[in-house]
Design a protein around this ligand. Structure first.
Ligand SMILES: Cc1cc2nc3c(=O)[nH]c(=O)nc-3n(C[C@H](O)[C@H](O)[C@H](O)COP(=O)(O)OP(=O)(O)OC[C@H]3O[C@@H](n4cnc5c(N)ncnc54)[C@H](O)[C@@H]3O)c2cc1C
Length: 493
C-alpha cells in the first residue's frame, strides 16, 4: 500500500505532536522546520557553560504530558525525570514581603488563613469548582476540534458549560470567594498565562488554579527542552523525517488542493495533506495566494493578541540569594502595566516581571558556583523594539531585583542576551512579534478561534497556539492531537 504523504510545517510542540500522531496512525510524515534546532518557542541555547531554555519555564498539568506519551505506549519517565517544586513559586509583593507558595495543599490553606482568617472553607469550595472545570475542560472540551456548534449541542454539555461560568469574568469569580488583595492577586495570576487580564478571561479558567494549587509546579531535570528532546526522539522512532533549515516560502494549490510546498532554498516537497504548525497568520497570509486564505488582514488586526515579551538570559558568576526557582515580582500594581499591554499599547512605566533561576533546582544548567537567571517582562505586541529600550528596561528591573533581594547582581554578570519583538519575528515569523499567540478571551474561545481547517483548500490544516485549544505548552500538545484526529477522519490512509 502506498502511504499518504503528510507535510507538517514547524517543530514546536504542536507540529511535533501532530507529526508523531500522524506517523503513528500510518502516514508518511515529513516535518519542515525553518530553524536549525527543534522546539520553536521552546528551543534552548548554550553559552559560556550555561544552558538556557528560551521560552516556557512552567511545567503545569503533568497529566496532559502523561496522556501524550501514553498514546504511544510510553511514559513521561521514559524521556525525562520530573521534580515537583516546593515551594511552587514565590510572589514578591515588596521589600521583605515575599510569599512562598507551598506545594502541600494543607500548608497552602494555612497560608491563606493567615492572610484572611476564615477563608479555608471558601478555598475548598473554589477548588472544588475549579476541579470540576479542569475535569470537563481539560479532559473533554479541549479535545474538540471546534469546527461546528453542533459539537457542543448536548444537554449534558450545556449544563456543564453553564456550571463552568463561561459568561462570568475570572475577576468577578475570584472576588466572590476572596477579599484580601494578596489572595486575589495570587488567584488571578495563573490566567495571565492565557494572554489577558482576569477581567477579560472567563471564569471557566479557574481550572488554572486547580492546575496551580492542586496539580503543582514541576520541572523536567535538565530543563524544559528535555520535553522537546523526548518528543523528537519519539517522532523519529515513529518514522517522522525531520528536516531543519527548511523554511517554507509557499504552499502551491491547484484545483483547491495543496499539492506541494516550496522552500526558500528552491527545494520543493509533494504532499497529500499539509498540517501547518507555524504561526497561523504567517501561513495564511504569507504562504497562500489571497484567494485561498482563511482570513484577511482586517480580521487579524481585530484579534486580541496575547502579549509579547522582553527576555533576558543571564549567566551570573556567583550563587544568588533570596530567590526561588520561580519568582513573580508583583511589587508594582498590575493595573497600569495591563493598560500598557492591552488598552493603550506602550512600554510600561513600572512593569511587573518574572525571574526564573532553574540552577537552584538543577546543577546541570549552570557551571558550578554560578547561577542561570531568566527575566521576563510581558509587553504589548507590535511595539518599537530597540537596543536602547531593552537596556533601559534591563536596568529598571535590575534596580528592583537587586534592592528587593538585597544583593549586587549586575557586577557579576558574565553572560547576557536579550530577546524581544524583532527576535520573535525573525525566528518564528511571529505576527506583531507575539510570544504566546492569541489571548483566550470569550470571543476567541473554541469555535470563535481561527479554524484548524482551511475552508478553501481541502487538504490544508492548522495547528498550534493560534487555533484550538489555545496558547501554552499543554494546549499546543493537545492541538497537534486534535488536528491529527481531523486528518484521519477526513482522509483515508
Ligand atoms: C517567553 C515565553 C514563555 C512561555 N512560558 C510558558 C510556560 O511557562 N508554560 C507554558 O505552558 N507555556 C509557555 N509559553 C507558551 C508556549 O511556549 C507556547 O504556547 C508553545 O510553545 C507554542 O507552540 P507552537 O507549536 O504552537 O508554536 P511554536 O513553538 O512557535 O512553533 C512553530 C514552529 O514553526 C516554525 N516556523 C515558522 N515559520 C516557518 C516556516 N516558514 N517554515 C518552516 N517552519 C516555520 C518555527 O520556527 C517554530 O519552530 C511561553 C512562550 C514564550 C515565548
Amino acid at each position: 500500500m502506498v502511504q499518504k504523504k503528510v507535510l507538517v510545517i514547524g517543530s514546536g510542540f504542536a507540529g511535533l505532536s501532530a507529526a508523531t500522531h500522524l506517523a503513528h496512525l500510518g502516514y508518511q510524515v515529513t516535518l519542515l522546520e525553518k530553524n536549525s534546532t527543534p522546539g520553536g518557542r521552546a528551543r534552548k541555547f548554550e553559552a559560556e557553560g550555561f544552558t538556557f531554555d528560551m521560552g516556557p519555564s512552567w511545567y503545569w498539568m503533568p497529566d496532559v504530558f502523561d496522556t501524550y506519551f501514553s498514546h504511544f505506549g510510553k511514559k513521561t519517565a521514559d524521556y525525562y525525570d520530573l521534580i515537583r517544586l516546593d515551594p511552587s513559586y514565590t510572589v514578591v509583593f515588596g521589600e521583605k514581603d515575599f510569599m512562598d507558595i507551598p506545594a502541600n495543599l494543607a500548608e497552602f490553606r494555612k497560608l491563606l488563613e493567615s492572610i484572611e482568617p476564615g477563608v479555608g472553607p471558601k478555598l475548598d469550595e473554589f477548588l472544588k469548582q475549579a476541579a470540576y472545570k479542569y475535569k470537563v475542560g481539560i479532559q473533554d472540551l479541549v479535545y474538540r476540534p471546534s469546527r461546528s456548534l453542533m459539537e457542543f449541542a448536548s444537554p449534558k454539555l450545556l449544563v456543564d458549560m453553564i456550571r463552568m461560568d463561561i459568561f462570568q469574568s475570572m475577576s468577578k469569580h475570584v472576588r466572590k470567594f476572596f477579599k484580601e488583595d494578596k489572595i486575589i492577586r495570587l488567584m488571578e495570576f495563573p490566567v495571565l498565562f492565557l494572554g489577558e487580564t482576569a477581567q477579560n478571561i472567563p471564569a471557566l479558567y479557574s481550572l488554572m488554579n486547580y492546575a496551580d494549587i492542586v496539580l503543582g509546579t514541576w520541572y523536567p531535570a535538565g530543563g524544559m527542552h528535555k520535553i522537546i528532546e523526548g518528543m523528537v526522539s519519539l517522532a523519529e522512532e515513529k518514522g517522522v523525517n525531520i528536516r531543519y533549515d527548511a523554511e517554507v516560502a509557499e504552499i502551491i494549490v491547484k484545483n483547491d488542493k495543496a499539492e506541494s510546498v516550496l522552500l526558500n532554498s528552491g527545494e520543493s516537497f509533494d504532499a497529500d495533506i499539509i498540517v501547518a504548525g507555524a504561526d497561523y497568520h504567517h501561513v495564511d497570509s504569507m504562504m497562500l495566494a489571497p484567494e485561498y486564505r482563511n482570513y484577511n488582514e482586517a480580521y487579524w488586526d481585530k484579534r486580541v493578541m496575547a502579549p509579547s515579551s522582553l527576555l533576558f538570559y543571564i549567566g551570573v558568576d556567583k550563587r544568588l540569594k533570596n530567590l526561588r526557582h520561580h519568582n513573580l515580582f508583583f511589587d508594582e500594581p498590575l493595573g497600569p502595566h495591563a493598560d500598557a499591554i492591552y488598552t493603550n499599547p506602550r512600554w510600561p512605566e513600572k512593569p511587573l516581571f518574572y525571574a526564573s533561576v532553574p540552577s537552584i533546582t538543577d546543577p546541570t544548567v549552570a557551571p558550578e558556583g554560578k547561577e542561570n537567571l531568566f527575566l521576563l517582562i510581558p509587553l504589548a505586541p507590535d511595539l518599537e523594539d530597540s537596543e536602547e529600550l531593552r537596556e533601559k528596561y534591563f536596568h529598571m528591573i535590575m534596580d528592583r531585583l537587586e534592592k528587593l533581594t538585597g544583593q549586587d547582581i549586575r557586577n557579576h554578570i558574565i553572560y547576557k542576551r536579550s530577546y524581544a519583538h524583532s527576535d520573535f519575528k525573525s525566528d518564528y515569523h511571529a505576527f506583531k512579534g507575539n510570544a504566546y499567540g492569541l489571548a483566550n478571551t470569550l470571543l476567541q474561545t473554541a469555535i470563535l478561534k481561527p479554524s484548524l481547517k482551511n475552508k478553501k483548500v481541502k487538504n490544508l490544516y492548522y495547528t498550534g497556539q493560534f487555533t484550538v485549544p489555545g496558547p501554552g505548552v499543554p494546549p499546543s500538545l493537545i492541538s497537534g492531537h486534535v488536528v491529527a484526529k481531523e486528518v484521519i477522519k477526513e482522509n483515508n490512509l
